[in-house]
Design a protein around this ligand. Structure first.
Ligand SMILES: [Zn+2]
Length: 691
C-alpha cells in the first residue's frame, strides 16, 4: 500500500504541474509531528516550483543563517506581473507617483510563528499555502481573482527550530497529555524569542534584530491592506481573534475599528458551525507600536493578532482543564480556518478596504489629526545621534526636512527635556518632522510626548517617544512649519584634517559610536587613555571621558598604529582630531595621572536558567552585535568554577541566582524554637568574594 502511494505521489510529481500537499510532500499528516524550518522551506520551494502563480522571495537570513522567505500568491490567470501589481497598488494607495487604471487587488499578508514555541501556525502556513496554490480549489481561486496573498511561514525560525528540536528530542512515541511531563516543560531559554532572546513581537518599530531589519523593507515594498500575526496562548484559552480589547490608540481610524468586527464576524461563522470555542475583545489591545498588529495599523493596514491555545505547553497533545485534549492537529486547523476567512473577508470587502487604505494616507497628508503639527529636532544635537534618528526615519518612510524660512523665528513648543511649554528659536539646521505627511499616523504615534489611552490596563509599555529614545533635544509644536522642498539628506561624512605622525589622537566621548571606536582599537591592542577631567587644546574643549591616544606607548604597533586609529574613526564616524603636543591650554597634560590608561576589560556575563533570558540576551546582543566586543558567556550555576583569573568584569543579568545562596545548619537554639534544621543564608560564594 505504501509503495502504491509512493508511486502515485511520484507520478504526480513527474507528470503534473500542480503542487503536492504537505502530507504528500512531507510523508506525514500535518499535526503528527513538528516540521523543521528547512523542511518548511523545501515545501514552499516545491510549491513555487510547480505552481506558476506562487512566487518565493528570500528576503534575508537569521542570525543562525536560516532563510526568511515570503510566498506571494496571485490568480493563475493573472496577466500582470507581481511587480506590476505591487507598483499599481502603491500608486493606487497614493504611496508612489504615477497613474494606473489596472485591476485593483486587496493585499493580505499572513505572518506565522513570530514566537517560535507557538509553533502550530507554521504548520498551518503550509496548509494555507497549499489551499491557495491548488488550482482545483474553486473557492480560493475565486478569492485570488481580486486578492494577493503573502505568506511568511515563520518570522522567527531560530526560535521555532529551538522548540521543534526540544520536542523532537523529548516527546514520547505516544504523546503524553499530562502537562507535567517533560515534553510539555520547555527548558531555558525556550523557543519564544530569536537567537539573542529578543521578543520579535516587540521589535517591529525598533528594528534592532536582523529578522526585523530584513522584514521591514519587504513589508514597506508591499504595504499590505491586512496583516495577521499568528500566535498561541495558554492551553486553556481556546482561540482569540479580532476585534481587539481596549485600549485602542486614539489614532486608529473608525474603519480600522469597524473592520476588526467585520472580520471577527466572518470567523465566527466558521467557528460556530464547527462548535469551536473562541473569545474576542479581551486581553490583546492595540496601543504599543512594536507589535505585528499595531505597526501595520499605524501603517494604514488592518493589523490583527490571532491566538490559538497551545504554545510550548501544547506539545503534540495535552489535556486541558476542562478534560478535553488539545492536539497539534486542531491548533493547525483553527489557524488555517482564520487564514482563509481573512482572505475571504478581504475579497468581499476589497473595494472599501482599498479606498480606506488610500484615504488613510491622503488624510494624513492633507488633514493630519492630533494636537501637534510638527516636531523639531534641534540641529545643535550631536551629529551622531541625529544621524541615527535620520537612519531610523528613512527606514520607516517618515519624511523630514530643514525649515523653509528659519530666520531665527521664535516659536513655542513642548520641550521634551523639561516637559513644559517654552519659547525657542528655530534654526536653519533643525530637522523638522511634519505630521502633514503620508505616514502621519505613524509619525504622530511615535513622536507624541504623552500617549493618550482610553484604558490604563494595557498589555505593554505606554511610553516610547522617539526624542527620548535617541536622547535628543526636541520640541513638539502645535503650528505647522514649512519644510524646504529641495532638501536632500546628505550622509554626514566627516572631513578629517589629520597631521601625519601626530603626538596624539583625541576622540570625544559622546555617543555609542565612540564606544564602538574604542572597542575596535582596544581589540587591536592600541593603548588608550581616558581624561578624568575636562581639558582644552587648540581652542577645542574636551569633556571628561574623552579618549587620548598618544604615539608614546603604541610603539609595539609600529607603522600600523596610525592606520588602525584612523580607520576605526572613519568606520564609526567619530570626531577624531590630531595634536602635535601633549601640553594642553587648560586642564591636565597628557602625561598626567589624570589621563588614565584604559585597560581592555575581559568581560563575562552570566547565563542559564537562573537568569532572565531576555535580559541576558540583551547584554549578549549589545556586546556581540552593537559594539562588537568579546564577551565570555558563563553558566551561573557553575559559580565555583568560573575562570576568575581570566575575567575582569562579571555582568549579572536580572535573575534569582539560586547558586549564590548558601545553606547553613541552624543553631541549637533556633532548632528548639522553630524546629528548622537548615537555614538559607544569602551570601556570595567564597570564590567570587575572593576574586
Ligand atoms: Zn505569541
Amino acid at each position: 500500500m505504501k509503495r502504491l502511494i509512493c508511486l502515485i505521489n511520484l507520478s504526480r510529481f513527474l507528470f503534473a504541474s500542480f503542487p503536492l500537499s504537505p502530507q504528500e510532500f512531507l510523508g506525514y499528516k500535518l499535526g503528527e509531528k513538528f516540521t523543521y524550518h528547512h523542511q518548511v522551506i523545501d515545501y514552499f520551494e516545491q510549491v513555487a516550483n510547480t505552481a506558476d502563480h506562487v512566487q518565493l522571495l528570500h528576503y534575508g537570513d537569521t542570525y543562525e543563517e536560516r532563510p526568511l522567505i515570503i510566498a506571494v500568491v496571485t490568480h493563475p490567470e493573472n496577466t500582470q506581473t507581481l511587480e506590476q501589481i505591487r507598483n499599481d497598488h502603491l500608486i493606487n494607495s497614493g504611496l508612489a507617483p504615477g497613474n494606473t487604471s489596472s485591476k485593483k487587488f486587496a493585499i493580505v499578508w499572513l505572518s506565522y510563528s513570530v514566537h517560535g514555541n507557538e509553533s502550530s501556525s507554521t504548520e498551518a502556513a503550509m496548509k494555507t499555502l497549499f489551499a491557495f496554490s491548488n488550482t482545483s480549489n474553486k473557492t480560493t481561486m475565486e478569492w485570488l481573482k481580486r486578492t494577493v496573498v503573502i505568506i511568511d511561514p515563520c518570522i522567527n525560525p531560530d526560535g521555532r527550530d529551538r522548540y521543534v528540536q526540544f520536542y523532537t528530542m523529548t516527546g514520547n512515541r505516544e504523546p503524553n497529555v499530562s502537562l507535567h511531563t517533560r515534553e510539555h516543560q520547555e527548558p531555558w531559554p525556550g523557543g519564544r524569542t530569536n537567537h539573542y532572546y529578543f521578543d520579535l513581537n516587540r521589535d517591529w518599530i525598533w528594528q534592532t534584530q536582523i529578522e526585523t531589519i530584513h522584514r521591514i523593507p519587504i513589508y514597506k515594498a508591499w504595504m499590505p491592506h491586512i496583516h495577521v500575526d499568528y500566535h498561541e496562548q495558554y492551553i486553556n484559552e481556546p482561540y482569540y481573534f479580532a476585534p481587539a480589547a481596549e485600549p485602542f490608540h486614539e489614532r486608529i481610524t473608525p474603519w480600522q475599528r469597524e473592520f476588526q468586527t467585520i472580520i471577527g464576524k466572518n470567523h465566527t461563522r466558521y467557528f460556530d458551525e464547527k462548535n469551536w470555542l473562541y473569545f474576542t475583545k479581551e486581553v490583546f489591545d492595540l496601543l504599543y507600536p512594536g507589535y505585528g498588529d499595531t505597526y501595520p495599523i499605524y501603517n494604514g493596514a488592518m493589523g490583527m493578532t490571532y491566538e490559538k491555545a497551545g504554545g510550548a505547553l501544547g506539545g503534540l497533545a495535552v489535556r486541558t482543564s476542562d478534560g478535553d485534549t488539545l492536539t497539534l492537529r486542531s491548533r493547525i486547523d483553527h489557524h488555517y480556518v482564520t487564514g482563509l476567512s481573512t482572505v475571504e473577508s478581504a475579497y468581499k470587502h476589497r473595494d472599501r478596504i482599498i479606498k480606506e487604505f488610500k484615504d488613510f494616507f491622503s488624510t494624513g497628508e492633507n488633514n493630519p489629526a492630533g494636537r501637534y503639527k510638527a516636531y523639531v529636532m534641534q540641529g545643535s544635537n550631536m551629529d551622531a545621534k541625529l544621524n541615527d534618528l535620520l537612519d531610523w526615519l528613512d527606514f520607516n518612510g517618515i519624511e523630514y526636512g530643514l525649515p523653509e524660512d528659519p530666520r531665527s523665528r521664535s516659536l513655542r513648543g513642548l520641550s521634551y527635556r523639561t516637559g513644559k511649554n517654552e519659547s525657542f528659536k528655530l534654526d536653519g539646521e533643525d530637522i523638522i518632522i511634519s505630521t502633514a505627511q503620508k505616514r502621519s499616523v505613524l509619525t504622530n504615534v511615535l513622536f507624541e510626548p504623552n500617549t493618550i489611552y482610553t484604558d490604563s490596563l494595557t498589555y505593554d509599555v505606554t511610553a516610547w517617544s522617539i526624542p527620548y529614545v535617541y536622547g535628543l533635544d526636541a520640541y513638539a509644536v502645535e503650528t505647522p512649519i514649512k519644510i524646504k522642498s529641495d532638501f536632500v539628506r546628505k550622509k554626514i561624512e566627516k572631513k578629517y584634517v589629520w597631521d601625519t605622525r601626530p603626538y596624539a589622537y583625541l576622540n570625544k566621548w559622546e555617543s555609542i559610536h565612540d564606544l564602538k571606536f574604542l572597542s575596535d582599537i582596544l581589540k587591536k591592542k592600541v593603548v588608550v587613555r581616558v581624561a578624568e577631567e575636562s581639558f582644552k587644546i587648540k581652542k577645542i574643549f574636551y569633556d571628561r571621558g574623552s579618549l587620548v591616544i598618544t604615539r608614546r606607548g603604541n610603539e609595539h604597533l609600529g607603522k600600523k598604529f596610525d592606520e588602525i586609529v584612523k580607520r576605526a574613526a572613519k568606520k564609526y564616524n567619530t570626531d577624531l582630531a590630531t595634536v602635535g603636543t601633549g601640553l594642553v591650554t587648560k586642564g591636565k597634560d597628557f602625561g598626567s595621572g589624570k589621563m588614565r590608561v584604559v585597560k581592555a576589560p575581559r568581560i563575562a556575563v552570566l547565563s542559564g536558567d537562573q537568569v532572565s533570558s531576555r535580559n541576558f540576551g540583551e547584554i549578549w546582543h549589545f556586546f556581540e552585535q552593537q559594539i562588537e566586543y568579546p564577551i565570555s558567556v558563563l553558566d551561573a550555576s557553575k559559580v565555583s568554577s568560573f575562570p576568575y583569573k581570566e575575567i575582569d568584569v562579571i555582568i549579572m543579568p536580572e535573575g534569582n541566582y539560586r547558586s549564590f545562596v548558601t545553606e547553613i545548619s541552624a543553631s541549637e537554639q533556633i532548632k528548639k524554637q522553630t524546629s528548622a534544621t537548615k537555614l538559607i543564608k544569602n551570601q556570595i560564594p567564597g570564590k567570587l568574594l575572593d576574586w
